[in-house]
Design a protein around this ligand. Structure first.
Ligand code: PLP
Length: 370
């Protein structure tokens, strides 16, 4: 029997009729974009969910990051990590800023705060850490360092929707926390993103920059972009947000089954359970130590692919080795990130992943052992 392909992720969907009910309102209003009713409703609901002072919605997570940097009017160098999606590094470079790559922690893969301070120069203006896989960065230490040197902190929280740290939503940390609402993320608006902030002036600047830099009908005083979330995307967000607790509970069940199957396997390192953190089970990365497991990450990836299972080498290659940056950065400056990027494999994880499929995935992984 031919097995259906299993991809690394599968978007969460509301009931068709639930979405259509929202779409009906849009049809009736003839207001399709430019901060309409659905946009305002989603913004208000998310402000409550995140429990932050301000939320600005965007076409995607990348524009939230890119325009947050622009809104802060930064110059010089921004310290970040290369173990992330292209977007993080590109947001820095597209602002004319220089990324300075800090190595990552070998267990949770977030920025290694013990190596951060020595990278600060008189040109450093900000830190852009990533809550990678939804793992929480060392927010206290980052905050201490930022205050000591007068640096801005922009979190790439694209993976961290729904994560809580010490009973606070992850959106509350840094000067800005940026989320992606892409179809593949824990919470989505088809395409979309948001920036969460405290400073209302920064919020006004983000609003202006996502709308071409227009301040008033006869005043354009900023070189903005077009990054407004449209009403159909906002409507999808309104529906998905109603079901977010259920979505997180289903993900938790899937992640726990993976843990049952793959814990205590010699040569496999699982994502850590972090102290004081309520996770969102966004991804299930495994680290494969070839010496002990007997098989390389690439061989396990190939074995899964042969069986129609799409695991992903997230995050490989590191952003500081991208072709577009050829010769610009020294990958040996981030040896832990390099080591991990060659050994990590992200297994399929989504709400509706059937446990029998999950067990089959684990069986294939374990059969690779030599
Ligand atoms: C998805 C993602 C982004 C970009 O989000 P988009 O909504 O796709 O633009 C940025 N950073 C990380 C770490 C991501 O995973």
């Amino acid at each position: 029997m031919k097995q259906e392909k299993i991809l690394v992720t599968r978007p969460s969907m509301p009931a068709f009729d639930e979405y259509m009910k929202e779409v009906r309102d849009i049809w009736n209003s003839r207001w399709l974009t430019n901060m309409g009713e659905k946009h305002r409703e989603l913004q208000a609901s998310l402000r409550k969910y995140f429990d932050v002072d301000g939320v600005e919605l965007f076409t995607n997570g990348h524009m939230a990051l890119e325009l947050s940097l622009q809104a802060m009017n930064l110059q010089g160098e921004v310290i970040t990590t290369p173990f992330t999606f292209a977007s993080t590094t590109h947001a820095i470079v597209r602002n004319g800023l220089t990324p300075v790559f800090c190595d990552i922690d070998p267990t949770d893969f977030t920025i290694d705060v013990t190596k951060l301070e020595r990278l600060i120069t008189d040109r450093t203006t900000a830190i852009m850490p990533v809550h990678v896989y939804g793992n929480v960065c060392n927010v206290e230490e980052i905050d201490r360092i930022a205050k000591k040197y007068g640096l801005k902190v922009i979190y790439d929280a694209a993976h961290a929707f729904g994560v809580r740290y010490k009973n606070k939503n992850i959106a509350a940390f840094g000067d800005v926390s940026c989320f992606s609402f892409h179809a593949t993320k824990v919470f989505h608006t088809i395409e979309g993103g948001a920036a969460c902030f405290r400073d209302p002036e920064l919020g006004a600047e983000l609003y202006r920059l996502k709308n071409f830099g227009i301040r008033g009908p006869e005043c354009v005083d900023g070189v903005g972009a077009n990054a407004k979330m449209n009403e159909f995307c906002a409507a999808m967000g309104i529906c998905n947000l109603r079901h977010i607790d259920d979505a997180l509970a289903k993900r938790k069940a899937v992640a726990e089954r993976y843990r049952e199957n793959l814990s205590d396997v010699d040569g496999l390192q699982l994502n850590p359970v972090q102290k004081d953190v309520t996770p969102n089970y966004a991804y299930f990365p495994i680290l494969i130590n070839e010496n002990r497991f007997g098989t390389s990450r690439n061989e396990v990836f190939d074995a899964l692919a042969q069986a129609g299972i799409g695991a992903r080498k997230y995050f490989y290659p590191l952003t500081n080795t991208f072709d577009c940056f050829h010769g610009k950065f020294d990958v040996n400056a981030t040896p832990t990130a390099l080591h991990i990027s060659k050994r990590v494999l992200t297994l399929p994880l989504y709400e509706e992943l059937a446990l029998k499929d999950l067990d089959r995935i684990c069986k294939i992984v374990l059969e690779c052992r030599r």
